[in-house]
Unconditional design. Structure first.
Length: 716
């Protein structure tokens, strides 16, 4: 709700809708009624709008979007325009965080005041909408086009000091915000309002406007990759160069266009899904969940292995204020890791002046130093036998109540746990590289993992700023199990007529930052080659004896990746893979050697080249992966489609504006069409098991059930 209090001649309207003061319908109604009361009360000469609690407001109520409530009277635009039309001065005074609709209220006010710690931002583009309510028209008039573009299109927050410098704020206060705001409001009661109305101003620096907009447009065309919101927001900003009323009409048209687009639905889903997955539960036993399981308190963590992953994990633990014992048998490697960690945390090792965070690190070659830690994250080489040996050692050196986590991208958690006497305390914590940057933490529970251990791993993820997603134990877990199929089909497309750059281009246009072949070159082709060798699919010398070249273990198989690896072409690190790289450059250049290799492979094996459409590339690379997602749900390895989508959005660069693979299948492709497509390709490629539609998909498609609606109903 919103409270109404009078301080002499000042009416103070305080938003009180904990925890984040979102501008839900009831809040808007009360603010509007408070505003009208203040305007009618002759004793009131000025009005202050502020918020109670930890922040001013997180903006419009995103959970109302897509429902009638979002447009119910007073809608946010109506409220904002009522503030702008006030004939008594309105001062918006904010603290904590002020986002979206909160900024709209502030811009419509006559004065803006903020606490010095405030963060101001316009995250609308991230949920696929235009910052309407006059924001796209008033902000450029107040701070100039360059800053407006920066704020609206980047969605980054601004500090109070930056906002003061750009002219967004009139004053930054360090004392009590309420008394400062009331004092300020009194001081402006007799001031004329005409030139305080932002809408009546001209956009400063309009002479350089076209240059600013052109540069922004070029940047966005390069970066948006299919997302429509950023360029639409830019169009709205451009309209601020028109007379105010005309610009407002244009803003409303563009606002409506995005408001009704499927992409805003997808982006809003992604926003809520990231929060939904925190409310974890075991798909097979909902009584084990985030409410019933208590996490252990974790103060100190051991990290075993100081390779790239170990270093990244250590950095995020230290950044979260945890004590870390880093163990590495190789002293040279350990020293190198310590330098990297200190550098990353801002400590200056040469002057011995370390940051406070870096001082929480103890680096040693001695396992016994793990005796007192609350939890260990093992990050040694991805080899089951090695990990089992390490866990045996950990079991004997750590205290009995310590949790033992393994950073594996696909090995069997139960086999690792069975090397210890405490399988209930063993869990998989799959970090994504670079571990200190990527926000995903895939947590994998084994057959014996206790609820307490799960709750602790999920809590640890939140502590270190990651989004933890809980999944069941299967080869590759959820992410890699699904992702692997994308690459498999991408290679079949090469056999049938495509070149690596064709496949990459189509998937990059779809929205991925990099296509599968560029990703493979970046990650290093040898990583998966080793896995294929371990799985008995190939050998270092070629196919295993008495194995047909194009079929392995009963399925169609493309040996092209193996052939490249046998030539030592592992990708960027060797200067050549699916592409070639000129020395020191990361630019992937199409390579005649690869072209000839593919050509010869087709000729040797009687494979006919044909033209492959972009549509087919998308379907062949993405639909098997989605089908596998349905199988994962069917097998009870993920609680819902949100969990799978968050894994792909945060761990695999799946384009956010499509919501993630499961949302995309449900809301964009349609389950019926997906099913028919799988059946078509199954008929064409009978030796690829991944085209067999999952029974869950078949049931849903046949019954016309929506996956997201089904999931929303079953979620705790
Ligand atoms: C057909 C005609 C069409 C015409 C157009 C009609 C117009 C209709 C209105 C249009 C209005 C346009 C202009 C205004 C736009 C906006 O304001 S859009 C909203 C902008 N705000 C956001 O995007 C907020 C994003 N939130 C955050 O970044 C973070 O939540 C936070 C504020 C920084 C706090 O972070 P943290 O403390 O980590 O908390 P969280 O876990 O993220 O959130 C806690 C719970 O609060 C929920 N929540 C957060 N923000 C909102 C929100 N804006 N609305 C609703 N709910 C919100 C969040 O989901 C969490 O809840 P659970 O999901 O239940 O866990």
């Amino acid at each position: 709700m919103a409270e109404y209090v009078i301080y002499e001649t000042v009416a103070v309207l305080q938003i009180n809708n904990p925890p984040l003061n979102v501008l839900s319908h009831h809040v808007r109604r009360q603010l509007m009624s408070g505003l009208q009361q203040a305007l009618q009360d002759t004793a009131v000469r000025s009005i202050v709008i502020m918020g109670k609690g930890q922040i001013f407001t997180a903006g419009a109520d995103v959970k109302e979007f897509g429902t009638e409530k979002a447009l119910s009277d007073p809608s946010l635009p109506t409220l904002v325009e009522a503030v702008a039309a006030s004939n008594k001065p309105v001062v918006t005074a904010f603290h904590g965080t002020t986002l979206g609709g909160g900024v709209a209220l502030a811009l419509a006010s006559h004065y803006r005041l903020a606490a010095s710690s405030v963060k101001i931002g316009l995250p609308e583009v991230e949920i696929g909408i235009v910052p309407t309510c006059g924001v796209s028209q008033r902000l450029p008039r107040l701070v100039g086009l360059q800053t407006a573009v920066q704020m609206i299109v980047s969605a980054q927050t601004m500090s109070a000091q930056q906002a003061l410098t750009t002219g967004l704020l009139d004053k930054v206060v360090s004392g009590d915000l309420l008394s400062e705001a009331v004092g300020f409001a009194k001081s402006v009661e007799v001031q004329a309002l005409a030139d305080r109305r932002v809408g009546s101003r001209a956009v400063p620096g309009a002479d350089t406007a076209e240059d600013v907009l052109d540069a922004a447009r070029k940047r966005l065309v390069r970066r948006s990759r299919g997302a429509i919101a950023p360029l639409t927001c830019l169009q709205a900003i451009q309209a601020s160069l028109l007379p105010f009323e005309t610009g407002m009409k244009r803003e409303a048209e563009l606002g409506q266009y995005l408001w009704t687009s499927w992409q805003t639905g997808a982006l809003r889903y992604a926003f809520l899904a990231e929060r939904t997955v925190k409310r974890w539960y075991l798909p097979g036993n909902k009584t084990v969940n985030y409410r019933t399981a208590e996490p252990l308190v974790i103060n100190s963590v051991g990290v075993l292995g100081a390779g790239t992953m170990g270093v990244g994990i250590t950095i995020c633990l230290l950044q979260a204020g945890l004590k870390v014992v880093l163990i590495e048998a190789n002293k040279t490697q350990l020293d190198k890791a310590v330098t990297l960690i200190q550098r990353s945390l801002g400590g200056r090792s040469h002057s011995k002046q370390l940051s406070h965070q870096a001082m929480q690190l103890r680096a040693t070659t001695d396992y016994r130093q793990l005796g007192e830690v609350d939890l260990v994250i093992e990050a040694v080489f991805e080899d089951l036998a090695l990990k089992r040996k390490v866990f045996q050692q950990l079991d004997s050196v750590t205290k009995p109540q310590a949790i033992l986590a393994t950073n594996t991208s696909g090995l069997d958690i139960d086999k690792i746990a069975s090397a210890t006497q405490r399988p209930d305390k063993v869990i998989g914590t799959h970090f994504f590289s670079p571990a200190n940057v990527m926000r995903l933490l895939e947590n994998i529970y084994g057959r014996h993992t206790s609820p307490e251990t799960i709750a602790t791993a999920m809590q640890l993820g939140a502590t270190i700023g990651k989004v933890g997603v809980l999944v069941g134990n299967c080869p590759g877990f959820v992410g890699n199990r699904m992702k692997g199929l994308n690459f498999t089909e991408a290679m079949f497309l090469l056999e049938e007529g495509a070149e690596p750059q064709d496949v990459d281009k189509v998937l990059e246009e779809f929205g991925f930052a990099m296509g599968p072949f560029r990703v493979s070159d970046l990650a290093g082709g040898d990583v998966h080659w080793r896995r294929r060798i371990q799985a008995g699919l190939t050998t270092e010398q070629g196919p295993p004896p008495n194995t047909p070249l194009l079929y392995r273990q009963g399925n169609r198989y493309c040996p092209l990746a193996d052939m490249l690896c046998m030539q030592g072409r592992f990708g960027q690190k060797t200067g050549a893979g699916w592409y070639r790289y000129e020395s020191g450059s990361r630019a992937a250049l199409p390579d005649a050697v690869v072209h000839r290799l593919i050509l010869k492979h087709r000729q040797d094996n009687g494979l006919q080249r044909r033209n492959i459409s972009s549509q087919e590339i998308v379907e062949r690379c993405l639909y098997p992966l989605i089908n596998e997602g349905f199988r994962i749900l069917e097998e009870g390895l993920a609680a819902g489609p949100q969990d799978i989508d968050v894994i792909f959005l945060l761990g695999f660069g799946w384009p956010r504006h499509t919501g993630g693979p499961m949302y995309y299948a449900d809301k964009v492709v349609g389950l019926g069409i997906l099913l028919r497509c799988l059946e078509k390709y199954r008929a064409l490629h009978p030796r690829s098991a991944h085209w067999v539609p999952s029974s869950l998909l078949q049931t849903m498609a046949t019954q016309g059930t929506s996956l997201t609606a089904w999931a929303a109903g079953s979620r705790l």
